[in-house]
Design a protein around this ligand. Structure first.
Ligand code: ADP
Length: 267
């Protein structure tokens, strides 16, 4: 079993990712696909006159402040355009894909965090009305049912809170929880960079290997959202996933390349 997470940043070649996945699936690989949609969500939010608001926590993590209207735009893009676009590509390639959000069947479940501490103008402020959280539980039973039925699950945030409220969760960490829950051999985190770069954005500074025990030491090289990938990788390997690979989804055969060890391999 492998869990493939493909991001939502500019430059990702979804046609290449889906073609590669379809080929591997037809060869008999068991896999689950998780995707993001941040780039497109930002564009749609701007067009709808509700531009994204990113906040930085005192410890340096950047996240999207998700008020109710942002959550609804987020769902339109992630669960609608992005999810159905990927399902359609896979269906055209002859793969019976089923697209679901973490809310459906409580595939991803976690605690709702209503307020967030953010640094703005050099001061720490508390912002309320946030619809975010972190995945703590995964309904692997539903995923197994789909896989046993021959369906390829295509999953996306949001998750369900314990009260049943939709919450925006980080896709990389949700994928890590899923990979742990499914006892996956590998988790692939594919994005628009070749892997973790020691000197971002210098692609020649690609870090090729990280020992599982040391993965948190590499947080210092990751800025912004890359930090979540490193955290997700740490959580996955700590939870028993054999390998986590940060790979490039911009062209070629992104899934096969990552499985062949191209990118940053954490093991
Ligand atoms: P996605 O939505 O595709 O999962 P993110 O935008 O969340 O991807 O994270 C990938 C981004 O992280 C890259 O596009 C890059 O701009 C940024 N980044 C920050 N630090 C690094 C680093 N050290 N190595 C690689 N990418 C980095």
């Amino acid at each position: 079993m492998i869990v493939v997470k493909v991001g939502g940043s500019a430059g990702i070649d979804y046609d290449a990712v889906c073609a590669d996945i379809a080929r591997l699936w037809k060869e008999g690989r068991r896999l689950v696909l998780v995707h993001g949609g941040s780039g497109e969500t930002n564009r749609v939010a701007e067009a709808l006159g509700h531009p994204p608001r990113f906040v930085t926590s005192p410890s340096g993590y950047t996240s999207r402040f998700t008020d109710r209207q942002t959550l609804e735009i987020f769902e339109m893009v992630y669960c609608g355009k992005m999810n159905k676009g990927i399902v359609e590509r896979l269906q055209r390639l002859g793969v019976n894909a089923v697209g679901l959000s973490g809310l459906d069947g409580r595939i991803f479940e976690g605690k709702h965090k209503d307020s967030v501490r953010a640094v703005e103008d050099g001061k720490v402020k508390i912002l309320r009305g946030d619809h975010t959280g972190t995945v703590e539980k995964v309904n692997t039973g539903l995923i197994e049912l789909l896989l046993q039925g021959g369906y390829l699950p295509v999953l996306t945030p949001p998750a369900a809170s314990y009260e049943g409220v939709a919450i925006n969760v980080d896709g990389d960490r949700a994928s890590a929880a899923l990979a742990v829950g499914l006892k996956a051999q590998a988790l692939l985190l594919l994005s628009n960079v070749p892997g973790l770069l020691r000197h971002f954005p210098d692609e020649a500074s690609l870090i090729r290997e990280i020992a599982a025990a040391n993965v948190e030491d590499y947080l210092e090289f990751a800025q912004d959202r890359m930090k979540k990938k490193v955290l997700g990788a740490a959580e996955a390997v700590a939870g028993g996933v054999g390998r986590v690979i940060f790979g490039d989804a911009r062209a070629g055969e992104p899934v096969s390349a990552a499985l062949n060890g191209q990118g940053t391999v954490v093991s």
